[in-house]
Write a protein that binds this ligand. Structure first.
Ligand code: SOE
Length: 385
């Protein structure tokens, strides 16, 4: 079986998720399409990199990400850094002929996304973006049902991604609130996950009309380097400006005539990872809530009137990726499983030399949508994508 040496850059939350996925993937999907070998991990200092190597099971750590890109033995560069480093690393990795898995969103700006898209195209390397939620089996089942015509022609889509970790004004000014590092706020961080699923399930966007708001304009400066996602509060110390959105809500006209809405906020008290998708068609409806991610709710218009209503399907062996995941429905699909499926599809794409989806072209298209949303937030009018 072919092995692929991995160099992972960044050692936070996402590095943990990707590392577990490289190890767990062949335990679920066997025979595996290939085996990932966790060779080198890069972090900001030698000490942090060595610690990360031990913690996440890499052979070695380095404080210089170029050691990974320049290493001829490395096949895969996995980018788990904040958004401001994606472009430089991805372009260098593509030029070095490495396959690339990159965390979402693709970049801070449309210009950066275009550069990344062009670099991987020119190099001909396999590239993928880590929009993992579309890989939840229930979301894949929704796609299958829509493609089979089970709910007829699609009329509308409504998607939400609601969290509350930044609702507290004492949540510190981490990189996720600084435009020069992240590009945009709730839109890029979590809204793009729903945009990815909307494109996957419904199709391309033609135009958007958005409301974009920032509720908390300054936050305590962050102490220490940890990305605490609001769990460690800032004290009464100095504050800095927030220059990205806390919330965005937009209407969509899809190219195929369907209508949609997407809402993303990290300031919705009581909502944690509240990703919901509801799709209405001429013959039925589909509903998914990530906080109940084993389940897909479906309603078929053809059911007898006295029993028509949403029914719940628990995903399992009969459903997408069911051959590899747990043998009994409702045993529990978790965040880890979505990352394992993502890793499986990425390694399979490399082994088969076929571009996976979503790839950097999709990431660029999503960035075009984000750009239109931000433009519309200012113009308060419909903006073409
Ligand atoms: C923070 O909002 C965050 O970590 C996102 O950056 C991830 O993409 C999401 O999956 C969980 O929440």
């Amino acid at each position: 079986m072919k092995t692929y040496q991995v160099g992972l850059i960044g050692a936070g939350f996402m590095a943990k998720a990707h590392s577990i996925a490289y190890d767990g993937m062949p335990m679920f999907f066997w025979p595996a399409p290939g085996m990932a070998v966790k060779k080198t991990i890069a972090d900001l200092t030698e000490e942090c990199a060595k610690d990360a190597a031990q913690r996440l099971g890499f052979q070695q750590g380095t404080a210089n990400w170029r050691d990974i890109v320049d290493d001829p033995e490395i096949d895969i560069v996995d980018i788990c850094t904040p958004n401001n480093a994606h472009c430089e690393i991805a372009v260098a990795a593509a030029e070095a002929g490495k396959h690339i898995l990159c965390e979402k969103p693709i970049a801070r700006t449309l210009e950066e996304a275009e550069k990344m898209r062009d670099a991987v195209k020119k190099a001909g390397v396999i590239n993928m973006l880590a929009f993992n939620y579309r890989r939840t089996p229930a979301v894949q089942l929704a796609k299958k049902l829509i493609d089979e015509g089970a709910i007829g022609a699609i009329l509308d889509f409504r998607g939400t991604y609601l969290q509350d970790w930044s609702a507290d004004p004492d949540s510190p000014l981490s990189w996720r609130f600084q435009k020069k590092v992240c590009g945009s706020g709730a839109l890029g961080d979590i809204g793009t996950h729903v945009v990815d699923m909307a494109r996957f399930l419904i199709g391309d966007f033609a135009e958007v009309n958005a409301h974009v708001a920032t509720y908390i304009n300054e936050r305590p400066l962050q102490t220490g380097s940890a990305d605490s996602l609001g769990n460690v509060k800032g004290g009464g110390g100095p504050k800095g400006n927030v220059d990205v959105d806390d919330q965005c809500c937009f209407m969509i006209n899809f190219k195929n005539g369907a209508f949609g809405t997407i809402e993303a906020t990290r300031n919705a008290w009581g909502r944690n990872n509240f990703i919901t998708l509801e799709i209405h068609g001429t013959e039925g409806s589909i509903y998914f809530n990530y906080e109940r991610r084993d389940e897909l709710q479906v309603c078929f218009a053809s059911d007898a009137g006295d029993r028509r209503g949403f029914r719940t399907i628990y995903t399992g062996p009969a459903h997408p990726y069911g051959e590899g995941l747990w043998p009994i429905p409702a045993l529990g699909i978790g965040y880890t499983e979505t990352k394992i499926v993502e890793c499986y599809d990425f390694i399979k794409a490399i082994a088969e030399n076929k571009q996976p989806s979503p790839n950097f072209e999709d990431g660029y298209q999503i960035e075009r949508i984000s750009d239109a949303v931000l433009r519309s937030g200012v113009s308060r009018a419909w903006e073409k994508v």
